[in-house]
Design a protein around this ligand. Structure first.
Ligand code: XMP
Length: 504
């Protein structure tokens, strides 16, 4: 006769951002002088600890470029073909760099029509012309096109219109100052770099030089190219996707699922981190929301753990499946495994205001991933929509019906929710919703407020650096009355501020 008496009810307390505040500490920190550098992965640090979400209404190349320029990073979503995603990686890696080490080129026998197509595709205004062995033959720009009628573009060859050698060129390894002097002296926009055999080895453009001065915190690789991440799955075409993205130059792969404490995902991480062709690439695994989940990812070899099950603004996982952990507790519990192992933690989803960034970092995160806060930016994919005269942009969960169903094109998003085997759209069980967020203007303005808010947090806590903030930050738990007191109250007709919106 087994004793069937139930044990005591066990339910750990789960806290989220709105349940806590940071206590002010003694300070001599000036907000504008803090250092927000933090580790994204074991091998990559960012000057701004903010990453844009791998969602098809948040991060494609334009967003990834904007995020890397301000010192953060973008993770390209994976709801598109392998070729399209690799092309997006390529676009980011070729943009705004001190020097382009692998410039797009054209052959002398290509037509002006080919040239126009290439320039459009890579959003550049001119290309170096090379032979099959990469020897520099000349340079061709939009200006050269202007003197040939469009009707003749299909039949006119690049060699007949280009500016041929000798050109003003530099040697590989030329310094920033020497290159600037050459460009200025000869009033040129582009400086091709060649080796001793006359083969093209790089390209410096005036535009890139100006940009690199304009974005002093930009996240760059060893060659000065912008950093970029991309999401992959864990089965089927995932391996091919991962290797293609690595060939295209991706810096970070995110093995991206709604439940990262799963055998197939752990095996994918192990494979990437052990195969000689892929193991040098940084790998983020997720999402998990427990200490055991974090430990499993660490044991599989990840370079960072991503935390968040159900906190996202468009998520319905907690409602549909009844599963999740409020985000501050999830981050804290996962950090119990991450900190001793020296593996950085990304707090993903649920951030509503700039103040939540510091709360995530004090709870145990090293960086945060945001979706809704950036979905309304000019650089996110999708057009502006007007509703009652106000401007919005579409935002949807990757587990929403729209993202997981085919609706005329293949969905690559279903396996994120382990529903790849569901063949018909009407059998999908969505874990997210679709809607709109208010249009917020360019990423630079939005992140200025997010980063500025973090600077203020660090000033109040008395922390000049992120590790100081993590060590010194102390929470106070608040009640519903405390939350009401925190928001503006007893006033009507609130005018929106750039960092505070009144919720509908
Ligand atoms: P925020 O709150 O920044 O959250 O908008 C973005 C994060 O939400 C996750 N995500 C989802 N979670 N169903 C979910 O349960 C979904 O459809 C969904 N889509 C995105 C993801 O981690 C993202 O970074």
């Amino acid at each position: 006769d087994a004793d069937l008496t139930p044990g005591p009810l066990v339910a750990e307390l789960g806290l989220t951002y709105d349940d806590v505040l940071l206590q002010p500490g003694e300070t001599d920190v000036i907000p504008s002088e803090v250092d927000t550098t933090s580790r994204l992965t074991r091998g990559i640090s960012l000057k701004v600890p903010i990453v844009s979400a791998a969602m098809d209404t948040v991060t494609e190349a334009r967003m990834a470029i904007a995020m890397a320029r301000i010192g953060g990073l973008g993770i390209l979503h994976r709801n598109l073909s392998i070729e399209d995603q690799a092309y997006q990686v390529d676009l980011v890696k070729r943009t705004q760099t001190g020097m382009i080490s692998n410039p797009v080129t054209i052959g002398p026998d290509a037509t002006l029509e080919d040239l126009d197509e290439l320039c459009g595709r890579y959003r550049v205004s001119g290309l170096p012309v090379v032979d099959e062995s990469e020897h520099l033959l000349g340079i061709i720009t939009n200006r050269d096109l202007r003197f040939t009628p469009v009707a003749e573009w299909a039949t006119t060859r690049v060699r007949d219109v280009m500016t041929p050698m000798p050109l003003i060129t530099g040697k590989v390894g030329i310094s920033h100052d020497e290159a600037t002097a050459l460009l200025r002296q000869h009033k040129r926009e582009r400086l091709p770099l060649i080796d001793d055999q006359g083969r093209l080895r790089g390209l410096i453009t005036v535009k890139d030089f100006v940009k690199s001065e304009q974005f002093p915190h930009a996240s760059k690789d060893g060659d000065g190219r912008l950093l970029v991440g991309a999401a992959v799955g864990y089965f089927g075409e995932a391996w091919q996707r991962a290797t293609t993205l690595i060939e295209a130059g991706v810096d970070v792969l995110v093995v991206d699922t709604a439940h990262g404490h799963a055998r197939l995902l752990l095996e994918m991480v192990e494979r990437i981190k052990s195969d000689p062709a892929t193991r040098h690439t940084q790998v983020i695994g997720g999402n998990i929301a427990t200490r055991a989940g974090a430990q499993a990812l660490i044991d599989a070899g990840v370079d960072a753990v991503k935390v968040g099950v159900g906190p996202g603004s468009i998520c319905t996982t907690r409602i549909v499946a009844g599963v999740g952990v409020p985000q501050v507790t999830a981050i804290h519990n996962a950090s119990l495994a991450c900190r001793p192992a020296g593996v950085p933690l990304i707090g993903d989803g649920g951030l509503q205001y700039s103040g939540d960034i510091a709360k995530a970092l004090v709870a145990g995160a090293d960086t945060v991933m945001v979706g809704s806060l950036l979905a309304g930016c000019e650089e996110s994919p999708g057009e502006l929509v007007f509703i009652n005269g106000k401007q919005f942009k579409a935002y949807r969960g990757m587990g929403s019906l729209g993202a997981m169903s085919s609706r005329g094109k293949k969905s690559y998003s279903k396996d994120r929710y382990f529903q790849a085997d569901v063949s018909s759209d009407d059998k999908i069980v969505p874990e997210g919703i679709e809607g709109q967020v208010a249009y917020r203007g360019p990423v630079g303005a939005v992140t200025h407020q997010l980063i500025g808010g973090l600077h203020q947090s660090m000033f109040y806590v008395g922390a000049p650096t992120i590790p100081d903030l993590q060590a010194r930050g102390r929470f106070v738990r608040i009640t519903a009355a405390g939350l009401r007191e925190s928001h503006p109250h007893d006033i009507s007709g609130i005018v929106e501020a750039p960092n505070y919106t009144v919720k509908p």
